[in-house]
Design a binder for this molecule. Sequence first.
Ligand SMILES: NC(=O)c1ccc[n+]([C@@H]2O[C@H](COP(=O)([O-])OP(=O)(O)OC[C@H]3O[C@@H](n4cnc5c(N)ncnc54)[C@H](O)[C@@H]3O)[C@@H](O)[C@H]2O)c1
Length: 268
Amino acid sequence: MESLQGRVGVVTGGASGIGRALAEALAREGAKVVVADLDEAGMAGVLAGIRGRGGEALAVRTDVGDLASVRALADRVFEAFGRVHVLCNNAGVALWGGLEAATHRDWQWALAVNLWGVIHGLEVFLPRMIAQKEPGHVVNTASMAGLVATGGLGIYNTTKYAVVGLSETLAKDLKPYGIGVSVLCPMGVQTRIRESERNRPAHLRNEVPVPAEPVELMGRSLAPETVAQMVLAAIRAGELYVITHDEGLEPLRRRFERMERSIRARKP
Ligand SMILES: NC(=O)c1ccc[n+]([C@@H]2O[C@H](COP(=O)([O-])OP(=O)(O)OC[C@H]3O[C@@H](n4cnc5c(N)ncnc54)[C@H](O)[C@@H]3O)[C@@H](O)[C@H]2O)c1
């Protein structure tokens, strides 16, 4: 998609961090922006900023883990703007701890937001985006944790590997419709992701808190605005991968080399 001027973008998790920066960057390019998040105060701040700069924006309280809530979001967006061109399935939560200590509630919460959140976005918006027959783009926020597995991040890794696989397939499936797909895979970004527990619903809180120290992230911690600019460039260029950190190259190479060794070792 060459120009974002006059397009409509939807950003889940748009009240904070990467989503907020994406919403603001889309608005700066002249797109109308819908911010969808649980955090109403955060969304109000984003809206005020965008409108203060002369942009057009709408906030819709949404729980991406709840299909009915995402359906209501889509109804509201199409009622207000009639179209969606850029869909950013970005809302996410992180949690830490060895898989041996993971609780059922941990799995339910992380999968609901990080994986079902993306699935719900696709399920609800894609048929309408295809039917409108205009250029479109889907951005799914995964992580470097969707390409390389770090110990102590197993639940998160599982959700993000799924989002990478889904996005790689989606790019192939949507090609005939002229809808591009990008999967965002950052390492550290300066956001509130380490405070994700603030977003855990009461019914999915652990009865006995599981003690877990956040995993130390390797590499630089980028500003969300820098990451948002990389995403915009990928939308314009129609690029699938948005891998933000050079530091990711070595772990990726080591993973590939281990796979290559396995294949070569089995040659007759
Ligand atoms: N910050 C990093 O280092 C980093 C690295 C790789 C990937 N990511 C991914 O980036 C995405 C954005 O996270 P961030 O780093 O900006 O964190 P953040 O905590 O600053 O923002 C996440 C936003 O998602 C919202 N959210 C959480 N649960 C929700 C739900 N059920 N429904 C709707 N909104 C919900 C939160 O209210 C918040 O506004 C996530 O998918 C995260 O996994 C972040």
